[in-house]
Ligand binder design. Structure first.
Ligand SMILES: [Ca+2]
Ligand SMILES: [Ca+2]
Length: 330
């Protein structure tokens, strides 16, 4: 049993089941905020904003990571994972599915939900008869003690525990669809291709992330495990829109962390090599659907906007949600 290692689809699933770890003081050795840029104080600004969408205009960008960005990702992985697990967890082959294809990708303009779909929004779809009630019944438990579960279905938290099919149905009922993998990444990085939505320098308090579990917990494991990290102000899910200063160049929020997000594509490790250069939609079939952005259980190197993960589309997880997009008239 491991928290990290191919297939990536296993990583987060395992992490979720072991992430009952208490808050611990593990130094993740990340780059700290510099004085020249405004830094989120760590205080969480909870604002309930409703259903708005953000325009992502037509444009071109380089999806994925360059060789230099992969090296940087490996370095960050090594710093966060630590000496004990670096050799096992931070192998370049685990990151090579991010390698940038030779040509830029062009996308048509679209609107994207500013926030992850919330519990309240999903509940309204169920009440209207458009969505399955199952996620509201089975999704509640966080990997958390009972005292933390009470508010698991609060309206302003991101909806979790949805299968890919249920997420796709919600979007369809809302007159929308799940974003493609390329759309999600473009919305997160913009044309300039930052490592995180807020740029290429890591500011750990601009997102709700996790960390590598402490040595004491991982001591009996052969690979590191993921745990929550409260130093960003949130132990588990944060209400959607709690990190406005971490928004993307287009103004989309919570694309790094909080809950990971289903996108429409099937996962293929070599998918970029075969991708169309205009509005790619991924492989025609597969075993795993792609998820993006990492969650409140993910160390920072897994919240990078180019990081790719996958799960079978029928899976549910307490750290996995979604958001929707709508095409703009061409
Ligand atoms: Ca956190
Ligand atoms: Ca997210």
């Amino acid at each position: 049993m491991s928290g990290i290692g191919k297939p990536r689809a296993l990583r987060l699933g395992v992490a979720a089941c072991v992430a009952v770890a208490a808050i611990v003081n593990v130094d993740v050795h990340v780059v700290r905020a510099g004085a020249e840029t405004p830094v989120h104080s760590g205080k969480i600004d909870v604002v309930r904003r409703g259903h708005d969408m953000v325009k992502v205009p037509r444009g071109s960008f380089r999806i994925g990571s360059t060789a230099a960005q992969l090296e940087r990702a490996l370095d960050l992985c090594a710093r966060e994972v630590g000496e004990r697990f670096e050799e096992l967890a931070c192998q370049s082959q685990f990151f090579e599915d991010e390698l940038t294809p030779p040509r830029p990708i062009t996308l048509f303009g679209f609107l994207m939900d500013r926030f992850e779909v919330s519990v309240g929004e999903y509940r309204a779809c169920v009440a209207a008869g458009g969505c399955a009630i199952d996620p509201l019944l089975v999704a509640a438990p966080e990997p958390a003690p009972a005292s933390a579960i009470r508010d698991a279905l609060a309206d302003d938290l991101p909806m979790v525990g949805v299968t890919w099919y249920e997420a796709a149905t919600y979007c369809k009922r809302a007159g929308k669809r799940l974003p493609t993998e390329a759309e999600w990444e473009y919305a997160a990085r913009g044309a300039s291709g930052g490592i995180w939505p807020f740029g290429s320098r890591l500011y750990p308090t601009l997102m709700n992330h996790g960390q590598i579990a402490p040595e004491s917990i991982a001591a009996t494991q052969t690979l590191p495990l993921f745990a929550v990290d409260e130093r960003d102000g949130q132990r588990y899910r944060a209400p959607v829109g709690s990190y406005p200063h971490g928004k993307s160049p287009f103004g989309v929020e919570d694309l790094a962390g909080n809950v990971a997000e289903w996108v429409s594509d099937w996962y293929a490790a070599d998918g970029y090599a075969r991708a169309e250069s205009i509005a790619p939609r991924g492989p025609a079939s597969g075993v795993f659907k792609v998820l993006r952005g990492g969650s409140y259980l993910s160390p920072a190197y897994r919240t990078r906007s180019a990081s790719r993960e996958g799960l079978p589309p029928g899976e549910r997880a307490a750290w996995l949600g979604f958001r929707c997009v709508r095409d703009l008239p061409q």
